[in-house]
Design a protein around this ligand. Structure first.
Ligand code: NAG
Ligand code: NAG
Length: 492
């Protein structure tokens, strides 16, 4: 009788599952989270002693932000953080990734300009999170370098490694008893290229076209070193070192258009995944990327490669300098070999043309930079598992912008999220150590050069109202269900 009952139950759940979709269960303790960044949400750009950052200056240059907007007020989370933390709690989340504004803590970027009000603000945010049972994940640098340091050369000046270390040390000591998870940098690949070249989309501080061939490599080099020194300090200092320190890398998944393009596709993978991960997980920049840039540099008549070299000591510091790999995934791109490098934001110097396949689900406006290709996330997790000896991965961002006409009924976002969450589950079932998934973003906010024209929140913000009223979109409910069940029911 019992066996019959079990059989019927099993059969029934199978039938129901087929109706409603496949169930993707997540491991116990899987960390569901959502994310924001200081300049994008805080506003209060000149309040309570905050110093200027490179973004405050950049948004005031004509023609840089598509709708001429700024983050001066944005979602006003500086004043409304308690409300925002309530939204996180309402979704059932136990984790939140956000960033510190360096110039709110050190107004000019150095310890001499310590701003107690800024320090107090982050204590209040952390206390509010902890009182809601939410674990903070803090990004130390999410692109808003203090302008005072930019005036001294910013990330192009080797001294920035020391400036960053002073800032990281202060944060580790001041907030270390409240923060268990630290992320040194957000997407160094985007900051070094968009921020210091400007051939593609342009970010602060803004770069010269003439510098495109070398500046991103120098900035990236210094960001990696700053990361390594911070990591070593954290784990080498008594009283600290109880938590985890990682880095968040933005990775594009390249797909060869045909068999003939596979070699170039591998090189694009060097410029996308390996550039900022190989030094940490495999001790140095990838060989093919080094050889390619050495070849180009020689052809250009230079005495040294445009890609800087690490000293043996620096390689020691870098090697193994992450307790987890933070992965931001948004898109895949098709790769075709091309003799003249075209406008190719993620391929950099690889001789390739890259584009979004028309076969993938469109998201956002026409010609948006996102189309949905969840298999790319699966593919990346497979590569990371195999190449890097299966490190702990934290998905630190995944999400998409609003699609016009949907407003609060954001069904395209739900399709995007569902597909990608299913992809994470599939990778886990193949052995990937994915510790958690972080949805970008909690609330609508200032989307860099796109201003307020591309909104990524699962809560809408009424930017026209003085109250900056938050309203849940349908996707927040969808995500809350996944979180509550620790499982996704999905047709894909
Ligand atoms: C932004 O400002 C520029 C002038 O600097 C103007 O030409 C353009 O129309 C403005 N765009 C919007 C969307 O307001
Ligand atoms: C302000 O916004 C919050 C949500 O963000 C809302 O609950 C509240 O009713 C709003 N107040 C006014 C006066 O609109």
């Amino acid at each position: 009788m019992l066996r019959l009952l079990l059989f019927v139950t099993a059969w029934l759940s199978l039938v129901l599952a087929e109706h409603k979709g496949k169930v993707y269960k997540f491991p116990e303790g899987f960390r569901w989270s959502t994310a924001t960044a200081s300049y994008q949400i805080e506003g209060a750009w000149n309040e309570d002693g905050r110093g200027l950052s490179i973004w405050d200056k950049f948004v005031r240059k004509p023609g840089k932000i598509i709708d001429n907007s700024t983050g001066d007020v944005s979602s006003d989370s500086y004043h409304k953080f308690r409300e925002d933390i309530q939204l996180i709690s309402d979704m059932g989340l136990k984790e939140y990734r956000f960033s510190f504004s360096w110039s709110r803590i050190f107004a000019d970027g150095t310890p001499n300009s310590l701003n107690p009000a800024g320090v107090l603000y982050y204590h209040e945010v952390l206390d509010e999170l902890i009182s809601h049972g939410i674990t903070p994940v803090v990004t130390l640098f999410h692109w808003d370098l203090p302008q005072g340091l930019q005036d001294r050369g910013g990330w192009l000046n080797r001294d920035v490694v020391d400036w960053y270390l002073d800032y990281a040390k202060f944060c580790f000591h001041e907030f270390g008893h409240k923060v268990q998870y630290w992320i040194t940098h957000n997407e160094p690949i985007i900051h070094s290229t968009y921020g210091h070249c400007g051939l593609w989309g342009e970010h602060a501080p803004g770069g010269l076209k003439e510098h495109c061939d070398w500046a991103p490599y120098v900035v990236g080099h210094h960001m990696l070193l700053a990361h390594a020194y911070a990591y070593r300090y954290y784990h080498g200092t008594r009283g600290l070192g109880k938590g985890k320190v990682g880095i968040t890398n933005h990775v594009l998944f390249p797909i060869a258009e045909s068999q003939d393009d596979e070699k170039v596709r591998d090189l694009v993978l060097d410029f996308s995944l390996h550039w900022f991960n190989h030094p940490i997980f495999k001790r140095d920049y990838p060989d093919k990327m080094k050889a390619w840039l050495a070849y180009l540099s020689k052809k250009e008549g230079r005495s040294a490669s445009r890609l800087p070299e690490f000293t043996p000591h620096e390689l020691d510091l870098l090697s193994g300098s992450a307790d987890f790999l933070g992965l931001n995934y948004y898109i895949s791109m098709i790769v075709r070999t091309s003799s003249k490098p075209e406008v190719n934001m993620f391929g950099m110097d690889a001789p390739a043309k890259l584009w979004l396949s028309k076969k993938w689900m469109p998201v956002g406006r026409e010609h948006s930079w996102i189309r949905s290709h969840p298999q790319g996330l699966e593919g990346l997790l497979d590569i990371i598992r195999e190449e890097y000896d299966n490190p702990e991965v934290l998905i630190t961002e995944n999400g998409c912008m609003d699609t016009p006409g949907e407003s609060l009924e954001d069904v395209t976002r739900i399709r995007y999220l569902g597909g990608h969450i299913a992809a994470v589950s599939k990778a886990i079932s193949r052995g990937s150590k994915v510790a958690g998934y972080t949805l970008w973003s909690l609330i609508d906010n200032f989307e860099w050069a796109d201003g307020y024209t591309n909104l990524f929140g699962v809560h809408q913000v009424d930017f026209d109202s003085p109250n900056k009223t938050r309203t849940p979109k349908k996707s927040s409910k969808f995500y809350a269900d996944v979180v509550r069940n620790n499982a996704l029911t999905w047709n894909s």
